[in-house]
Structure formats: structure tokens, C-alpha cells
Design a protein around this ligand. Sequence first.
Ligand code: COA
Length: 161
Amino acid sequence: MLDALTADDAQRRAELEAILFPGDDPWSAQAFRDELRAGHLYLAAREQGVLVGYGGVALLPGRLGQSSEAEIHTIGVDPAHQGRGTGRALLDGLLAAAAGIGATTYLEVRTDNEAALRLYRATGFEVLGTRRRYYASGADAYTMRRLPRSPDRGAPAPDPR
Ligand SMILES: CC(C)(COP(=O)(O)OP(=O)(O)OC[C@H]1O[C@@H](n2cnc3c(N)ncnc32)[C@H](O)[C@@H]1OP(=O)(O)O)[C@@H](O)C(=O)NCCC(=O)NCCS
């Protein structure tokens, strides 16, 4: 079951972040509150009321004929709860919001993050390029993209160019 992440979750989320992203500038509780204030969509997964996963996306509706874009900002699942479909459910929820505005979705992921890469590839993301030393640890990132899908067949929409 997913619901909205709120400012009350910021402390627990920062604790999870420190476990999940050590050495790569884990976000502080204040940084999360700022993200929520910026209006980005954040989803929470809870078990018996405890936050066990979270994911966030920035939705940028296209204006004046420009296409809409979405940027996955983060997704994380408590290690004790990984491998049970929570990450996939969170990502599906974020992608449903992106689909609602017909957005092309982008994200960055460490090139050595096998679990996340597999999850993203399975949901239709492809590698666009590599950003060298993107993370605080010096690790490289892939930029990945997922094209908007046509609502009837689930296939990528034709390239408008
Ligand atoms: C990536 C992450 C969010 C996945 O969450 P999860 O709840 O464990 O994932 P799910 O159980 O929903 O699995 C979904 C898919 O992810 C992939 N996956 C998950 N764990 C994996 C692992 N240990 N090895 C390889 N693939 C894995 C698989 O494709 C899986 O689908 P499948 O079970 O049909 O093969 C989680 O591993 C995590 O929080 N990692 C640390 C934080 C992180 O790296 N976030 C991404 C930053 S870009």
C-alpha cells in the first residue's frame, strides 16, 4: 500500500537514506522537507505504520508546445524489506504520475547499481549516456530515459521529430 510521503516522514527517511546511500551525500531531513515544499510528488511504502520505502519524481508539464518531462529524484527501500516488490510498486506509482502528463522520464543511477539498473530496464528505461564522477564518492552515473507510452498498447509513442 502506497500513500503520500509527508514532512513527518523526513527524519525516518533521512535515516534510511544514510543506510542506502553511504558516501554519496545522503539527503538530510531538511533537504527532504525542501523537496516536498517544491511540490514534487513523493510516495511512501509503509509496513505496520513504519516507513519502509520512498520514491520521488519532479513533474514538469510541457508549456507552449514543449514536451512534458519527469525526473525520478530518488527511490529507496529499507534493506530488511527489499526483494518483495516494494521498489517496483513505488516506481510504478511514480511512472503512473509521469504518464498522466505524457512525460518522458529521466533518472541518474550508479553504473554499478545492478539491482536498480535491472529494475529500471524492466520498466522500460534505456541508458542515454554516462556522467563521469557524478556522485560524491566519485562513482559514475548512467543517465536513463523512458519514453512516454501510448495509453492503449503500452508501446513507446512515436518520436515526434
Ligand atoms: C533498487 C531498489 C529500490 C529495489 O527495491 P526492491 O523493493 O528490493 O525491488 P523489488 O523487490 O520491487 O524488485 C523489482 C526489480 O528490481 C530488480 N532487483 C531488485 N533487487 C535486485 C537484486 N538484488 N539484484 C538484481 N536485481 C534486483 C529486479 O529486476 C526486480 O524484479 P524481479 O524480482 O522481477 O526480478 C532497492 O534495491 C534499493 O533501495 N536499493 C538501494 C537504494 C538505491 O540504489 N536506489 C536507486 C537509486 S538510483
